[in-house]
Design a protein around this ligand. Structure first.
Ligand code: GLN
Length: 482
């Protein structure tokens, strides 16, 4: 059960060799034993998980199961789930029991999947190390002195430590791909608009996108099949014909043109990461792909652009947390303004406050044109660079992160260093393009390295095919941290 793929688990469930109650109990037991070491989960609710498992077993008994029926999934604590504490990693929501399900949760419920618990994350998804969570740090199962990455650090840790067969994450600047890379698992951020943002607590709405995190590309495809779909309650949700993301997993790669951006292979990447990337690219050449150099002249500006736009949107989105309708309210205050001030001062952590301040600054009269508008223009230029590159290649590859997982505490005092963790990932959010990370080996201190694969809009099926072909001939994705 520990290392089985979703397909294998699904088969055993369908053939009644295993029940969902058994499978769910197995992972709940592992979480109980191991979560104190890793802190990957904020909330476990055995009763609710088992109730879903019982229900899944009923569906399976009458032959109504789908590929994910009865399978436990760890849900990032950014998704509202009815009856579950939903904190977004913040003291601000430390008392919030959601009265409704997010679009993503609804889709998993309909598929008969089991919510095995809510995973730890950076506060309001702001961070790259999981160290900003109100619920404490998460440890990297490969080396407990290292960060798991963030903001979906709990999700990545849960999959890598085999506390759950698969998990959900969200990615605003890299929060699915960066922790996936640092924890040696696979993760994909789909094209913006494919997965509903309804009930997914907003950080930067034009960048936020949910996606799956799992051991392999094949697992990701099965999860995406459930997650993707139009939702009228999300005004940026896309209406498209449903795709089967497993449909091209087996397609050979001969003739595939892989673009290697000059800017991503310049300085910045550490030697151990570069060595692993070189080996992975050699593997792709053996599989019949060719590599071509491309240029993305404006891509190095992604981090400055992101750190104007994301805080701007966050400052607006987070204004709803005012202590009035739900969430944390200061215990003592005098009058309304003081209640707002104290609730927000006490409810938000330092990184969230930093983002709100940056955001209100770049949106303020006098700075709006100099920062916000300029960043929007650069965002367009970055997208144009990618469009140009895709004339010469089918996909773009490079490192997911500049280094392997850093040590806990190593960057927490230096926000700029922390922000640079997303140097390769944030462009896909600014452009809205799909991108994924897969494990390709180990670097310094035996910590995992991830390969970043970026595709053109709606090329998820192709990305998963490219990742799966690599995983057919290598076994990095099968290596377990525990
Ligand atoms: N690390 C980036 C940030 O702190 C991205 C986070 C994310 O993708 N949610 O904003």
């Amino acid at each position: 059960m520990l290392n089985a793929s979703l397909k294998e688990l699904s088969k055993q469930l369908a053939e009644k060799k295993l029940s969902s109650v058994e499978l769910t109990s197995f992972f709940l037991q592992r979480i109980k034993t191991l979560n104190p070491d890793y802190n990957a989960f904020i909330t476990i609710n055995e009763e609710m998980s088992l109730a879903q498992a019982i229900n899944a077993d009923k569906m399976l008994a009458v032959g109504e199961g789908g590929p994910l029926t009865g399978i436990p999934i760890a849900q990032k604590d950014i998704f509202c789930a009815k009856g579950w504490l939903t904190t977004c990693g913040s003291k601000m929501l430390s008392n919030f029991i959601s009265p409704y399900d997010a679009g993503v949760i609804e889709r998993f419920n309909l598929a008969g999947a089991v919510n095995i618990g809510k995973t730890n994350m950076d506060e309001f998804a702001m961070g790259s190390s999981n160290e900003t969570s109100y619920y404490g740090i998460v440890k990297n199962p490969w080396d407990t002195k290292a960060v798991p990455g963030g903001s979906s650090g709990g999700a990545a840790c849960a999959v890598a430590a085999r506390l759950a067969p698969a998990a959900t994450g969200t990615d605003t600047g890299g929060s699915i791909r960066q922790p996936a890379a640092l924890c040696g698992i696979s993760g994909i951020k789909p094209t913006y608009g494919l997965v509903s943002r309804y009930g997914m607590i907003a950080f930067a709405s034009s960048l936020d996108q949910a996606g799956p995190m799992a051991k392999s590309a094949e697992d990701l495809a099965l999860l995406l099949n459930v997650m993707v779909g139009f939702d009228a309650r999300d005004s940026t949700s896309l209406q498209r014909a449903q795709e089967d993301y497993t449909s091209s997993l087996e397609r050979p790669l001969s003739g595939l043109r892989i673009g290697l951006p000059k800017e991503y292979f310049a300085k910045g990447m550490s030697q151990d990461v570069e060595n692993a990337i070189d080996k992975a690219l050699a593997e792709y050449r053996k599989l019949g792909a060719e590599t071509v150099e491309v240029v993305l002249p404006n891509a190095p500006l992604s981090i400055p652009v992101y750190y104007v736009l994301a805080p701007a949107e966050a400052s607006s989105n987070l204004s709803r947390f005012d202590g009035v309708r739900y969430g944390y309210r200061a215990e003592s205050y005098s009058g309304l303004a003081d209640m707002y001030r104290k609730s927000r001062a006490e409810g938000f952590g330092p990184e969230v406050k930093r983002r709100i301040l940056i955001g209100t600054y770049v949106l303020s009269h006098g700075y709006y044109d100099a920062y916000y508008i300029k960043a929007q223009k650069l965002r367009r230029l970055i997208a144009q660079d990618f469009a140009e590159a895709y004339r010469q290649c089918d996909v773009i590859m490079g490192p997911t992160t500049p280094t392997v997982a850093f040590n806990l505490g190593e960057k927490s005092a230096d926000p700029i260093q922390m922000y640079l963790s997303d140097i390769y990932t944030s462009a896909a959010n600014l452009t809205g393009m799909p991108a994924m990370s897969i494990p390709i080996g180990f670097g310094e201190k035996n910590r995992p390295v991830g390969l970043h694969i970026i595709g053109n809009y709606f090329k998820e099926t192709q990305l998963l095919n490219i990742a799966n072909q690599y995983q057919r001939v290598t076994d990095w994705h099968l290596k377990s941290a525990v």
